[in-house]
Design a protein around this ligand. Structure first.
Ligand code: PGA
Length: 249
C-alpha cells in the first residue's frame, strides 16, 4: 500500500503523519507492505523518522538523466542517498502537465532501476480514451514502452499501478469489476514478458477510500493501492491498509 502525497505536506505536519503511519503499520499483518512517496525536500525527514520502521519511503518522479545541467531535476541516485525504496514514474499528472512521453517514462524507470530503486510505473486512460474504447491500447502502449527497455529480471522487479485518469482525485472510483478487467489485461501483458514478470504487484489508484478499499482489493488481480488524497490522513490511510489485510486471494 503506497501513499502518494503529491505536492502536499509541511515539515511540522509531516512529522505527525509519518510517526502515526509508522506506528499503525507496525500493527499490520506481515504481507502488507506500506510505503509513502513524499515531496523531495522531505526525503531526509522521512528517512530520519521511518528508518527502523516497517514503512518504506519513495520519491514521486526522477530525472531521465543521471546528472548534469538539468536545472530543477532530481536524479534517482540522489534519492537513493536518502534511503529511498520507491520511485513513481509516469504518474498521469506528469504525463499531462509535463508532457512526459511513454519513452521518457521508460528512461526514468531505467534510471530508477540503475540506482537500485523500485519503479512504480503508473498507467491509465482518460475518460475520452475509455469512451472511445481505446483503454487497452493506451495502457498497452504505456506498459510496453517501459517493458521493452527492461530485461526480464528487471521487469520482474517493478511495480505497476493502474490509475484511470478520470478517477484520480475526482471521487469517482472505477467499479471493482472495471478495475479488475484492466488488471487482468495488465497481467496478461506482463506474462508475455516472462513468467516471473506476471507476478509483479499490480496496484489500483484513483479515489481509494476506507469505504471502497476492501471490495477493490478483493479483486483477483488487484494486489494493493496507490493512495493519493486519503494518504494525507493517517487514520484514513491506515484504515485502507487494514482493509488490505482482510482480503486473501
Ligand atoms: P487519489 O490519487 O487517491 O487522490 O485519487 C491517486 C493518485 O493519483 O495516485
Amino acid at each position: 500500500m503506497v501513499g502518494n502525497w503529491k505536492m502536499h505536506g509541511r515539515i511540522g505536519d509531516n512529522a505527525t503523519l509519518l510517526t502515526e503511519v509508522a506506528a499503525g503499520a507496525s500493527a499490520l499483518q506481515k504481507g502488507v507492505s506500506v510505503g509513502v512517496c513524499v515531496p523531495c525536500p522531505y526525503l531526509a525527514q522521512s528517512q530520519a523518522l521511518l528508518s527502523g520502521s516497517v514503512v518504506r519511503w519513495g520519491i514521486q518522479d526522477v530525472s531521465a538523466h543521471t546528472g548534469g545541467a538539468f536545472t530543477g531535476e532530481v536524479a534517482a541516485q540522489m534519492a537513493a542517498d536518502f534511503g529511498v525504496t520507491y520511485a513513481i514514474v509516469g504518474h498521469s499528472e506528469r504525463r499531462a502537465y509535463h508532457l512526459e512521453s511513454p519513452e521518457l517514462v521508460a528512461s526514468k524507470a531505467q534510471r530508477a532501476i540503475e540506482a537500485g530503486l523500485t519503479p512504480i510505473l503508473c498507467v491509465g486512460e482518460t475518460l475520452e480514451e475509455r469512451e472511445a474504447g481505446t483503454t487497452e491500447q493506451v495502457i498497452g502502449t504505456q506498459l510496453e514502452a517501459v517493458l521493452s527497455t527492461l530485461t526480464e529480471e528487471q521487469a520482474a522487479g517493478i511495480v505497476v499501478a493502474y490509475e484511470p485518469v478520470w478517477a484520480i482525485g475526482t471521487g469517482k472510483t472505477a467499479r471493482p469489476g472495471q478495475a479488475q478487467d484492466v488488471h487482468a489485461f495488465l497481467r496478461r501483458k506482463l506474462l508475455e514478458k516472462g513468467a516471473t514478470v506476471a507476478n509483479v504487484p499490480l496496484l489500483y489508484g484513483g479515489s481509494v477510500k476506507p469505504e471502497n478499499a476492501e471490495e477493490l482489493f478483493g479483486q483477483k488481480d488487484i494486489d494493493g493501492g496507490l493512495i493519493g488524497g486519503a494518504s494525507l490522513q493517517s487514520k484514513e490511510f491506515l484504515a485502507i491498509c487494514r482493509a488490505a489485510q482482510t482480503v486473501t486471494h
